[in-house]
Design a protein around this ligand. Structure first.
Ligand SMILES: [Zn+2]
Length: 612
């Protein structure tokens, strides 16, 4: 059937309709489960860490994954414990996921109160126990699934520091089309407590209460519902737009935690979201999903190079004719892909048949390969012979076989349709990154680890980079550049990123519009292809770091170890720095350090001298 040829496989044709294409085999990988115990996965290692007290250690405890996502995305150091004494040795404590009458003894309630009175800070969600209602400042609460909206109060509190825009001051918990949405606990506050956000029925959603030298915060929602449920798209259509708008409905809770850490952490240090000490990143991408979309790609690449930017081309490897289109994954289109790759653009997969029914496809066997895999679109959203594995794995084998030096690890689904088996199919086929959701739909503008099965229990090895701006919604990208810029600037304020998708079906209007956008970007927004930023984010997410004091009060040691090669890792410091060793670059504000390039498995130790 086949003959090896220069590392690739040349298939003899069995069907005249299928062109001869080179493939590079993608081995079928097994799922590797990470350390299942959060206590061992996130151990205590330095005093600055936020202590996460995991409060429901029953036989089937709710996984702290939603909080892990939130803290890691914000670069806040933390550890997870079930030991109250260990938690209270740290200055900042989070109680997760809830507190009921079985969580603490009366003696432990006293310990918590004493901790706060003496200057400790607690952030908790869903406290139901009367034994702690004085500490948290509530008289009663009412659980309901009928609250749909949340609004932050006009009061200024440190934790709402980053919530300056209308879209951040009010969020939606679920669409009004559903009578019941997520559970919320509306609190009736004590006279001394301050309400920082309320639900549509007037009850308190976020409370704060000052006790002695310390302060507590209480949220009447679960991060499982307002962060992870949005990210894995199991929300009750909580988004206010689908694409091309600023939708920070999940991000507000990440930003509240960030502001809480920065307000009350002592000499806090945070791992920044953007490389090189910059404020934000614009990630450019093109979908190549039509026979005439290849040649214009060269124009986009040229304009991007001229504007110190780059992009990722997501290519549909269409080698079959079907009801939707003729095949087009052959010469001279393949020559154009090779040119794009040689010119510095990066390439991802955009599936094979680009079906609207992709989210309903079977997972498949993982043995799908070219040319025996023969999927065909039959109509609007129906297909025959198609599987999720086939679409992701065979497209990778073809791109890797036909483009020298290509290793396809980025995927984007056709029509942004996402099956729940996508993380598994991607992981097992050797991918690392996906961009198949819209940022508005997942209510988040930060990249995140895609949970396995799009569930709530464990992360896959795939990171998601949702699409912020696309080009096709009326009146078209060329007429929406000012609006796109506003969304990008809103994300930049939060240290979030913006992903732009421009189809390369024409390069006259769209490439000019893209250039217009690039030229209007502030200089502290990085312009880059998706793969370069995604590789940075993966290394950042897996980074191990610690900050320890020395015997000299104005000194500290930052130790960093990366599993993979990474450029531009940046740490933000509360306390101004006078000098640093170890090859790090200090920014003029004396509060940002950019690390030297790290090699895989290598660490660096920076000695920091703070200003007096
Ligand atoms: Zn497409």
């Amino acid at each position: 059937m086949s003959a090896l040829c220069g590392g690739g496989t040349v298939w003899k044709l069995t069907s005249q309709a299928t062109p001869v294409l080179r493939t590079k085999a993608a081995p079928l990988l097994e799922i590797v489960h990470k350390q299942a115990d959060p206590l061992q996965q996130f151990p205590e290692s330095f005093p600055l860490q936020v202590a996460v007290l995991w409060t429901n250690p029953g036989s089937d405890p709710e996984n702290p994954l939603p909080l892990v996502h939130s803290l890691k995305e914000m670069g806040i150091p933390f550890f997870i414990t079930r030991d109250l004494g260990q938690a209270l040795r740290h200055h900042l404590v989070i109680l997760y996921p809830s507190v009921d009458s079985h969580t603490f003894t009366p003696l432990q309630a006293d310990q918590l109160t004493t901790f706060v009175r003496q200057g400790g800070f607690i952030f908790a969600q869903n406290v139901f126990w009367g034994g702690l209602q004085n500490l948290f400042g509530f008289r009663s609460f009412a659980p309901l699934r009928t609250r749909h909206h949340l609004a932050f109060s006009a009061t200024k509190d440190a934790v709402t520091k980053y919530l300056n825009r209308a879209e951040e001051r009010e969020t939606q918990l679920g669409s009004d089309q559903f009578p019941e949405v997520i559970w919320s606990n509306g609190y009736v506050p004590d006279a001394g407590a301050e309400v920082l956000a309320h639900f549509d029925d007037g009850s308190a959603a976020l409370l704060t209460n000052s006790v002695g030298k310390g302060k507590v915060y209480l949220l009447g929602l679960s991060l499982l519902d307002v962060v992870l449920r949005n990210q894995n798209n199991h929300d009750y259509e909580a988004q206010r737009h689908y694409v091309n708008a600023f939708e920070p409905g999940a991000d507000v809770w990440l930003l509240v935690l960030r502001a809480w850490y920065e307000a009350y952490g002592r000499d806090w240090v945070r791992l920044a979201t953007i490389p090189g000490g910059q404020r934000s990143a614009l990630l450019l991408s093109h979908d190549v999903d039509w026979e005439n979309s290849f040649a214009p790609g060269l124009d986009f690449a040229r304009i991007e190079k001229a504007n110190q930017a780059g992009s990722t081309f997501f290519v549909q490897t269409k080698y079959v004719d079907d009801a939707n289109s003729k095949a087009f994954f052959f010469a001279p289109n393949l020559d154009i892909l090779r040119q794009l790759k040689a010119g510095g653009s990066t390439v991802g997969s955009h599936s094979i048949i680009h079906s609207r029914g992709f989210n309903k496809f079977e997972l498949g066997s993982g043995r799908e390969t070219y040319p025996s895999y023969q999927p065909r679109g039959l109509g609007f959203d129906t297909a025959s012979g198609a599987t999720v594995f086939g679409e992701v794995r065979v497209s990778k084998e073809l791109l890797d076989g036909e483009i020298p030096g290509q290793d396809t690890i980025f995927f984007r689904a056709g029509h942004l349709r996402v099956p729940v088996s996508l993380p598994e199919a991607l992981e097992r086929s050797g991918y690392q990154f996906d961009s198949s959701f819209t940022a508005d739909d997942v209510l988040s503008n930060f990249p995140f680890a895609l949970p396995r099965g799009l569930g709530f229990e464990e992360d896959s090895d795939i990171y998601e980079f949702p699409v912020t701006i696309e080009d096709e919604e009326s009146p078209g990208f060329a007429k929406r550049v000012p609006q796109a810029l506003q969304v990008i600037l809103a994300n930049a304020e939060n240290g979030a990123v913006s992903v732009v998708l421009v189809h390369s079906n024409e390069s006259v209007l769209k490439a000019a519009a893209e250039q217009d956008l690039l030229r209007q970007l502030p200089p502290d927004i990085v312009k880059t292809d998706m793969l370069t930023f995604a590789s940075f984010w993966r290394a950042r997410d897996r980074l191990q770091w610690s900050l320890t004091a020395t015997s000299v009060p104005t000194e500290a040691v930052l130790q960093v170890k990366s599993e993979e090669s990474v450029v531009g890792l940046t740490f933000e410091f509360q306390r101004p720095i006078a000098s640093v060793t170890g090859g790090a670059t200090m920014f003029p504000d004396n509060r940002h350090l950019v690390l030297p390039e790290l090699a895989p498995g290598h660490g660096v130790s920076l000695h920091i001298n703070y200003q007096h």
